[in-house]
Design a protein around this ligand. Structure first.
Ligand code: PEP
Length: 250
């Protein structure tokens, strides 16, 4: 399986700033990156990503979609429309969506289904809070989120590209990274859940990314874990040079 290095820009970069970013990316890009690169941008930057993607060889997508693709849903993002712009991935269930915008497992499951029916590869985010980790609930929480997120699309996911991003909530944007051992243990558990839910061969084709304060100086150790198939990077993806260094560790 090819590893994936994905950027989550969150609510950063206007279209003009996005264009400057990709110009810098293009100038710095090393020829020998062995992983796939994805950018999850704000919706209004997707057309800029689409301009650069073919020549730069990356994929891109939105940080969120709605589970309906058209109609009276003011302010939402249509999976079908972003696909028509060239997006091939969608980030779904990021912890900021779960905690700040009240997304439930049920809503997230519907979004995963819509992504697949709109021909977008979902990257389903899962992860425990600090209180849940301290209560020894990490594996239960992650199992619930993976099973709920994929439970309605077991048949479709047999042939559709998807990925899981394990992001412990206590490590996102905090500078507090999971140890390679902590991350590796949860990734192995996610692989086991995928084997059970789908099949063992299919589970080994699905990339499981780690996210949470990944930086150039901790990426190599994390990448050495056998079940870590890539990174989802927030803060450090905002500088092309740092994002390259992280991608280079995979
Ligand atoms: C994220 O937003 O998905 C993330 C992992 O952020 P950071 O790398 O800044 O912790």
């Amino acid at each position: 399986m090819k590893k994936i290095c994905a950027a989550n820009w969150k609510l950063n970069f206007s279209p003009e700033e996005a264009r400057r970013y990709f110009a810098e990316w293009s100038a710095l890009r090393p020829a020998n990156l062995s992983c796939d690169v994805l950018f999850f941008t704000p919706a209004y930057d997707l057309t800029v990503a689409a301009e650069f993607a073919p020549a730069e060889g990356f994929h891109f997508g939105p940080q969120n979609i709605y589970f309906e693709t058209s109609g009276a849903f003011t302010g939402e993002i249509s999976a079908r429309a972003v696909h028509s712009l060239g997006a091939r991935w969608a980030l779904i269930g990021h912890s900021e969506r779960r905690t700040l915008f009240g997304e439930t497992d049920d809503v997230i499951a519907k979004k995963v289904k819509t992504a697949i029916s709109s021909d977008l590869a979902p990257m389903l985010c899962v992860g425990e809070t600090l209180a849940e980790r301290e209560a020894g609930q990490t594996k239960n929480i992650v199992a619930r989120q993976v099973r709920a997120g994929l439970g309605r699309v077991v048949t479709e996911t047999a042939s559709h590209t998807l990925a899981i991003a394990y992001e412990p909530v206590w490590a996102i944007g905090t500078g507090r990274v999971a140890t390679p051992q902590q991350a590796g243990d949860v990734h192995a558990e996610i692989r086991r859940i995928l084997s059970d839910l789908l099949s063992p061969p299919r589970a080994h084709e699905i990339a499981i990314l780690y996210g949470g304060s990944v930086k150039p100086d901790n990426a190599k150790d994390l990448a050495s874990q056998p079940d870590i198939d890539g990174f989802l990077v927030g803060g450090a993806s905002l500088k092309p040079k740092d994002f390259f260094a992280i991608a280079d560790a995979l």
